[in-house]
Design a binder for this molecule. Sequence first.
Ligand code: NAP
Length: 541
Amino acid sequence: MTSNTSDSDSHQTQLDAIIIGAGFAGIYATYSLREKLGLKVKTFEAGGDVGGTWYWNRYPGARCDIESYHYSYSFSEELQQEWQWSERFAAQPEILAYLNHVADRFDLRNSMVMNTRIVGAKFDEAACHWVVDTDDGNTQTARYLVSGAGVLSASTLPDVEGINDFSGAVYLTAKWPQQEIDFSGKRVAVIGTGASGIQVITEVAKQAKHLTVFQRTPNYAAPIRNRPNTEQDEREFKQHYPQIRRDARNSFLGVNYPGMLPSALAVSDEERHQQYERAYAAGGFEMFAGSFGDLITNQEANDTAAEFMREKIRQRVDDPAVADMLTPKNYAYVTKRPPLETDYYETYNRSNVTLVDIRATPIEEITPNGIRTSAGDTELDVIIYATGFDAMTGPLLRINPRGESINLADHWAEGPRTNLGLTVHGLPNFFAITGPQSPSVLYNMPLAIEDHIDWLTDCISYMQEHGYQRIESTAEAEDNWVRHSAEIADATLFTGTDSWYIGANIPGKPRVFLVYVGGAANYRQICAEVAQKGYEGFLLS
Ligand code: NAP
């Protein structure tokens, strides 16, 4: 299929596929397209090695909050059997080691180029290929462009005066340095209390002379309950993996929690309380994905869970005023992504930790010596930003792929527009793995990634069999998907809350819910039907 040629002949295509990124998505896409279809593939990675999220987010405390045996590839039974996860929830170094193992085991590195960022991409209709620019000044062409750029990879910093003036050390959780950092004896600030902030706060508090946490919005965090995996855990998973994966793929979150009851309102107060206590004690995401099925659709049901979580915070934090600051009051449980924690609330009982509510006393300026809020100055040696990401759309918009008649930034000016969260009208032969309007972040990422890559691999295989070179979503199918995705989101409580799920964390970002919340099982069925009907809603030529 590939015709190898020099860069100068713009109508010859050098590669079959260019893949953006070598994280979970890029690694499996490289494997799948190369090993299953025999395509000539090149994968460009901005980081110095494979790993994506797990390469960059190496801050103290970084840990996955999906169970390790679930948060892993299912495509190779041999891989499943040979890899051993040491903890119930794997820490960043172990996940990074796993991804390195996968890259080595399947000999994928020779298709990958590290330290090279894709900075632009344009579809050339005459040649029917993508022309892709990298930050080393080179250009490559490929029939297909596959994005594994990630959904939480475009990190953001607050727009605050003086941000470049601080004379001490500055770290971002999302771009943490390779070397270990010693915070002992240091006055440290963390800005941000999302999942990353909560993890880093808990660890840095153990070392720092003093830690000041600048919180804008409190979260409903629940205990993760991590522990070492036992031999029995390992046996259980390895003996039953096919069934476990099937069940996982048919559950909302991509992990099957069997204790879920249909409605928080259909049981007595006592039964409801017992169910919440059980889920809270079980750890992981059981509190929302294993307690009651109507928490994200019914405000009254949600209120019961929210109040249970608030009571736990009050019980765990000694100072009632601090507990009050840490307690979410005006948004529904789960509608901001609920973080998991180990001793997070107890961290505020330490004498070396101070919490500052920056809604009450906003940050006015970063000064050379620290942070100035409306209440006064905090002198600091270190500032850690855990301020989040331009989620879902940011990674693709930073590349801004262009077709003959559209560019993505204009096409998405009022929010993302995709067909199946995978393709975009006007960008032929382009696939966005776990793109906006797919289940992605509300599902178990490795499974979401595999589902998409299997679909696009089958699609390219179909094109090869039928002699097609070009596939593009119709405008009508895209319109339908955007509408369908929004209708489902509007039937939940998610759209009533300011969160990164809806773009509210980025000033000026359109308020559009970014995730398909119809459930991964429904979603996969829809994708399968599209394929069975000869890629209904797509133009093939
Ligand atoms: P995040 O959830 O967006 O949290 C960012 C935090 O920074 C929030 O507390 C936010 O406040 C605050 N913030 C943002 N801009 C600010 C500003 N200008 N001034 C002051 N505060 C500001 O980001 P994250 O913690 O990096 O997590 C992002 C997602 O990554 C998570 O939701 C999760 O999906 C994933 N993640 C997963 C894990 C895991 O598996 N364990 C760990 C880390 C991250 P507001 O809430 O008011 O916006």
